[in-house]
Ligand binder design. Structure first.
Ligand SMILES: [Fe+2]
Ligand SMILES: [Fe+2]
Length: 334
């Protein structure tokens, strides 16, 4: 949020803002880095100040150098666009992704940052089946980017948020899973779509687990554990009622807490009884948990996390996938 006095004053002067207090206008929250600073949007950008949406950048304007300097110091800033401009927003993102003159790194940033807004919406949508439908477009953007850009996924991985919100966690696990899936032989678009959607929604039922349990400092008691352990089964039930859910997607949801040694949940499957896509999600889920900043722990660095998983958690994960973490997530050739 832009809440400092300095920013507040500057914004109002720079944008010759008008206060937009039309109460029926709906807005979509988008991250600042969804937009290329030098490429004007075809829609207005707003900031939220004291509960009012204030025009910040008008359609057709680009950021000047002074604004750019300020923005580069505040990478977590959010903007708002009008709900009715959502198709224009998506069109803008697609145009940047299909622009052959834009470096892959800049495209990765735009893709990732713009996807947060869309994924946040998916996770806040009370209609889970509509969210599952809408996820196709988001995952398709990632799969297409992965297929079109040689360094696409490594650039995306380098941008991982390491912040904990369910949708950040889900998007990070999705990107890592696509990378690991690509490295372990899933190359067909259809399979990558299933892996992408299955991993994005691996914790689909966590919306029913209380946040007190999810964020609890210290061990869970028996009742809390029972609730936590129920999310793969209830997640599967959600997908069973979704006519587009495939077996691969269901496995990502139902089996991502199984482990190689057979002491995972809910079915205590071991080794090859576990679906290969679920093995991928299990390992990327753990990696993301270790490297993510939560209220109750300090995150590990990516290198420390991968080393620790290879040294101390070898019994839990597929050995080939464990090795592949070095080349996919750390981009280290071994
Ligand atoms: Fe889970
Ligand atoms: Fe998870």
């Amino acid at each position: 949020m832009l809440d400092s006095q300095a920013n507040h004053g500057t914004l109002i002067t720079l944008a010759k803002s008008r206060i937009d207090d039309m109460s029926d206008e709906k807005y979509l929250r988008v991250r600042i880095q969804s937009f290329h600073p030098k490429r004007p949007t075809t829609f207005d950008l707003y900031v939220l100040i004291n509960g009012k949406y204030v025009l910040y950048r008008r359609a057709g304007d680009s950021f000047d150098d002074e604004k750019l300097a300020k923005l580069s110091q505040s990478s977590s800033e959010v903007f708002y666009i009008r709900e009715k401009d959502r198709p224009e927003f998506k069109k803008y993102v697609h145009e940047q992704l299909n622009d052959s003159t834009l470096p892959s790194k800049e495209k990765a940033l735009i893709l990732r940052e713009s996807s947060y807004a869309l994924v946040e919406e998916l996770f806040e949508n009370p209609d889970v089946y509509q969210a599952l439908d809408q996820s196709k477009e988001v995952i398709h953007n990632f799969v297409q980017f992965m297929e079109q850009e040689a360094d696409g996924l490594s650039n995306l991985i380098g941008l991982s948020s390491h912040d904990f919100y369910t949708y950040n966690h889900s998007l990070d696990v999705c990107v890592y899973s696509l990378a690991l899936g690509g490295a372990s032989g899933y190359t067909k678009t259809e399979e990558l779509m299933e892996l992408g959607r299955g991993s994005l929604f691996h914790d689909i039922d966590k919306r029913h687990v209380s946040t007190d349990i999810i964020c609890k400092k210290g061990p869970l008691d028996d009742v809390e554990w029972a609730q936590m352990k129920s999310h793969p089964l209830f997640g599967l039930q959600i997908l069973n009622d979704y006519n587009e859910a495939t077996d691969n997607m269901k496995a990502c949801v139902f089996e991502h807490h199984e482990n190689e040694a057979g002491n995972g949940y809910p079915q205590s499957l071991s080794g090859n009884e576990i679906h290969p896509m679920a093995k991928i999600v299990a390992i990327t889920d753990c990696y993301d948990a270790l490297t993510t900043k939560r209220s109750y722990n300090n995150p590990m660095s990516p290198t420390d996390a991968v080393n620790m998983m290879n040294e101390k958690l070898t019994a839990r994960f597929d050995p080939d996938l464990l090795k592949a973490l070095y080349s996919t997530l750390l981009q280290i050739k071994r």
